[in-house]
Design a protein around this ligand. Structure first.
Ligand SMILES: *Cc1c(COP(=O)(O)O)cnc(C)c1O
Ligand SMILES: [Zn+2]
Length: 582
């Protein structure tokens, strides 16, 4: 099903343009912050009926996502995580209505699966085949899994603070891992510079429409699920107040641990859209919890400031939450929470911080009382709940939903072997660098960064041309090549265009299919060998065809290898390629 156009609205000047995945700035003012808008009045009346007979996953809300067509080839059951009542925790805290949105149960075990599933689907639709991102771990893991399915090459810049288990998990999917010895905020700059040098698509978190939109589905699912879980659709303390016609039930509070703030920004937008569509009667209070050693948003909120002052050196063991500079994401959250006009929500919610120790203790509580084992970043939200309950901010009968954001799973070191990541070390900030004029400090930082980046890849990658008329076959071969080493990959879907490309700029290697309509592989090979420009380019034939002795004779001596589909594994093909080109 295709859907009506989605509008991208500029948050600076209000200009509206038609959304496409490659639209990264406002055509009117150049602003970098665009937000998706839909036809809410129509969708408000249609959505409950539309979702009725769809599976419980995030695509049931596809009319409110920036992807024009559901792609079954990428599907891994994303979204649709359970909402679990936390009876023991509720008993202990004296709040019986605590529900855990268990995002550990996504395909890669964190709520970043939503971001990756929707973003990769959007990128795939736009024909993008190479992507750069920077991550505190889980975005890279989730993206890696979906990129593998989509045949998208991924560069993941990961700070050295991220546990080695997570880096290995990223690497196992064939992602190019660049470990940057620096803070997360610095690593983001390195990744952005790398992407711009190479003209590659950069995942921009809260500035990326698919990422924000994906997070909304947590709000959508939560409200649908609560409707079934609460007696008579009753929704906590605010429920008695208004006899509303709303069809879904909103919680009083939504808790999430926060790093850069993409999660809460997207989830808040989801609640706001449901409210605007009159599907819920109010927007919940957002409780955003940070690790004490990196809590710029909490400090700003508590002193009622609209802008957060960056934390230059985060001091927390919880690397997932070590975004020191939340930038405009905080400002947007602040503005939206303050604007929440609804009764029962304290200024739209709260920001709170918890120590690493409180967090680690909470991990034990959750595992031992509820049977739920989480990574530290997820436990931060629960530690925050305990803190806010004790501070008297939560009413006993409030309905509370907590995003249980993630679970870690280790890849054993021996499985990967050696050499699976690149290391980039930024020169340490010199003592007294603060004394330098800001401009001079910036220049030297930029120089260090460029020097470090120049070591990330070789300048020239071998060029491989894949010739195959079926898109699935091209994707498979591209994926095999992408997952190890660096090749510049070109693709041709028929013999004629393959010849044109090869003659224009002869590649280092050609992977050739035999059975193609119009001009088959045999004829392509003849033409290649007859032309002095391409006569010596090595060719590997990859075919599903059973060859007759005659046909084998036609190939013999003129190709490097014959590989029969169904008879080789990916590393066999890689070995052949590597034996021919670097
Ligand atoms: C990314 C992440 C967070 C923080 O989310 P933001 O949207 O970056 O603020 C919290 N917990 C886990 C497990 C995460 O992966
Ligand atoms: Zn604009």
């Amino acid at each position: 099903m295709t859907q009506s156009a989605i509008i991208a609205e500029c948050l600076d000047c209000g200009h509206q343009a038609e959304y496409t995945p490659t639209l990264v700035s406002c055509p009117a003012c150049g602003g970098q912050w665009l937000e998706a808008r839909y036809d809410y009045s129509r969708l408000g009346s249609e959505l409950p009926r539309l979702v009725q007979n769809r599976p419980f996953d995030l695509w049931r809300y596809r009319e409110l996502l920036p992807v024009s067509e559901f792609n079954p080839g990428l599907y891994m059951g994303e979204g649709g995580t359970p909402l679990i009542r936390a009876a023991s925790l509720g008993m202990m805290l004296g709040c019986p209505n605590i529900f855990i949105k268990d995002e550990r149960q996504g395909p890669t075990a964190s709520f970043k699966d939503r971001q990756a599933a929707v973003s990769v689907a959007a990128l795939k639709e736009a024909g993008i085949t190479e992507v750069v991102l920077c991550s505190t771990g889980n975005v890279a893991i989730a993206y890696s899994a979906y990129a593998a399915r989509a045949g998208i090459k991924l560069w993941a810049f990961i700070t050295s603070l991220v546990p080695a288990e997570k880096m290995r998990e990223v690497a196992i999917y064939g992602t190019q891992v660049v470990k940057v010895t620096s803070t997360y905020d610095q690593a983001k700059k390195v990744a952005a510079e790398f992407a711009s040098q190479r003209g590659l698509y950069l995942e921009r978190g809260a500035r990326s429409i698919p990422s924000v939109e994906a997070m909304k589905t947590i709000a959508f699912e939560t409200c649908e699920q609560l409707t079934g879980l609460l007696p008579g659709g009753q929704t906590g303390s605010a429920a008695g107040a208004a006899q509303s016609a709303a069809r879904w039930a909103a919680p009083d509070w939504y808790f999430q641990s926060v790093s850069g703030g993409l999660g809460p920004l997207g989830v808040q937008k989801g609640f706001a859209e449901l409210h605007r569509m009159r599907l819920i009667d109010r927007i919940p209070g957002m409780a955003n919890i940070q690790a004490e050693g990196c809590s710029p948003m909490v400090k700003a909120w508590k002193s009622d400031r609209e802008e957060a002052e960056p934390v230059v050196s985060p001091r927390t063991l919880i690397a997932t939450l070590a975004t020191g500079d939340p930038g405009r994401t905080y400002t947007l959250l602040y503005q939206r929470m303050k604007a929440n006009p609804l009764e029962g929500a304290l200024h739209g919610g709260a920001f709170e911080s918890v120590s690493d120790e409180e967090t680690f203790r909470t991990i034990h509580i959750l595992a031992k009382l509820e049977g739920i084992s989480v990574e530290p970043a997820a436990a931060v939200a629960f530690a925050g709940l305990i803190k806010l309950v004790r501070a008297g901010m939560i009413a006993q009968d409030d309905v509370i939903v907590i995003n249980c954001t993630g679970h870690t799973m280790p890849i054993e070191p021996t499985v990967l072997g050696e050499g699976w990541k690149r290391d980039v070390e930024l020169p340490a900030a010199r003592a007294g660098a603060e004394a330098l004029p800001a401009a001079a400090a910036d220049v030297s930082e930029q120089e260090g960064l460029l020097a470090a980046l120049s070591r990330v890849t070789d300048d020239r990658f071998s060029r491989v041309l894949i010739v195959d008329d079926t898109e699935d076959a091209r994707r498979l071969i591209r994926r095999i090549l992408q997952s190890q080493g660096n090749y510049t990959i070109q693709e041709a879907s028929n013999g004629q265009s393959a010849l044109a490309m090869a003659r224009k700029d002869p590649p280092d290697l050609i992977l050739l299919d035999l059975m193609m309509p119009e001009m088959d592989g045999f004829s392509v090979l003849d033409a290649l060998r007859d032309d002095p420009r391409t006569a010596s380019v090595p060719v590997i034939v990859v075919t599903a065809k059973e060859l007759t002795p005659d046909e084998k004779q036609r190939l013999s001596g003129r190709i490097h290898t014959l590989m029969q589909k169904g008879e080789f594994l990916s590393d066999d093909l890689l070995e052949e390629v590597q034996s021919l080109v670097r």
